[in-house]
Design a protein around this ligand. Structure first.
Ligand code: AMP
Length: 123
């Protein structure tokens, strides 16, 4: 998949549209999801141009991977959900219904987050 530089998270990274920033470092940016699915719903993204988890796992440097993992941990601590538990999800590829083609981890918590996936009857 070719990276689409016009995707909404690329625009956030370039400062063209605003976000509610939670955390930032050299390799990552974390911000609140605009349509939260839990009391705490943060998106953690790499600053590098990676379409999805598969692209990142195949092509990111070890430094970028470590920074991404640490950013998720930091966000969980900053928002307090590390105390009560949280879920980390990344949608990748057609079946996942990934909407924004820049890798993002959903970090969800602040209340019980429900079943891992919907039952087939709910799809
Ligand atoms: P996904 O379906 O995994 O690609 O998730 C995309 C997520 O991006 C959804 O949860 C949206 O609510 C969220 N989203 C879309 N636009 C924005 C935005 N401008 N700021 C914050 N979150 C956004």
């Amino acid at each position: 998949m070719t990276y689409d530089t016009k995707n909404i998270f690329a625009k956030i990274l370039r400062g063209e549209i605003p976000c509610q920033k939670i955390d930032e470092d050299e390799h990552t940016l974390s911000f609140a999801d605009i349509n939260p699915q839990a009391p705490v719903h943060i998106l953690v993204i790499p600053k590098g141009a990676y379409c999805d988890w598969a692209d990142f796992a195949a092509n990111a440097s070890a430094v970028e991977m470590a920074a991404f993992t640490k950013a998720i941990h930091r966000v969980a601590k900053l928002t307090g959900i590390s105390k009560t538990g949280y879920r980390v999800i990344s949608n990748t590829g057609l079946d996942s219904h990934q909407e924004v083609p820049h890798l993002h981890m959903h970090v969800l918590g602040g209340a019980p987050v429900g079943p891992l996936v919907l039952a087939k009857s709910q799809l």
